[in-house]
Design a protein around this ligand. Structure first.
Ligand SMILES: [Zn+2]
Length: 214
């Protein structure tokens, strides 16, 4: 039995996978991960990442839907499983944000719609919302929150270079939007990553209301 198989059978992995499944069902319940979309990950140790396997219905997600990949995005265990096409985005984020312990990617109607609407601006900006404090390390509503937007792509190898460039331009971002696609955000724990998603989705909803004239 090699190291990754041992990790797969460890109580630590069982706990992480169970927590990821609970978060996955929470996000799906809110309509933020429809139709098997979205993927989530958590760092197990510096070399191993727990990641959702491809094609999982997040409403019914269980710990069985979590696999182990390495920092290059290759599946280590169970070997017969396939990782999501977007695995490289996760590994690129971990490479650029050493404090990130978990990454969540969601497809809500609001984040998808706003990412297209503001694509020409290159970002969505929030200002004056108390909930901006829900983003990790933000202690005030007075500072603007910038959420960069990058065009969507299907070639993940090329797209990971776009994400790398994004981190060079916006090293302090809390997350980013892919146009017409969805949100990537992260936290120093899975719980905090979930709080980031909830905060962002609240802000996206508020902006949608603002644009509707409410
Ligand atoms: Zn996606």
């Amino acid at each position: 039995m090699n190291t990754s198989d041992q990790i797969l059978r460890s109580p630590q992995f069982t706990k992480i996978a169970g927590e990821m499944a609970a978060v996955g069902r929470f996000l799906a319940d809110r309509g933020w991960s429809p139709a098997t979309s979205s993927n989530y990950s958590t760092k197990i140790d510096p070399d191993h990442i727990a990641l959702t396997r491809t094609g999982v219905d997040k409403f019914k997600m269980t710990s069985e839907d979590v696999i182990i990949v390495n920092r290059s995005g290759e599946v280590l265990a169970p070997r017969e499983q396939r990782a999501s096409a977007e695995t490289l985005i996760h590994t690129t984020i971990y490479n650029h944000v050493p404090t990130a312990e978990a990454i969540l990617h969601t497809h809500s109607p609001e984040n998808t719609r706003l990412s297209l609407h503001f694509l020409n601006h290159g970002e969505v900006i929030f200002e004056g919302y108390e909930m901006q404090k829900g983003l990790e390390g933000n202690s005030t509503h007075e500072q603007k929150v910038h959420v960069p937007i990058v065009p969507n792509a299907q070639d993940m190898q090329a797209f990971s270079l776009v994400v790398e460039d994004l981190f060079r331009k916006s090293p302090k971002m809390h997350g980013f939007l892919i146009a017409g696609h969805g949100l990537y955000t992260w936290g120093s724990s899975l719980k905090l990553a979930q709080r980031q998603v909830e905060t962002f989705e609240f802000l996206f909803r508020c902006l949608t209301l603002e644009m509707a004239g409410v």
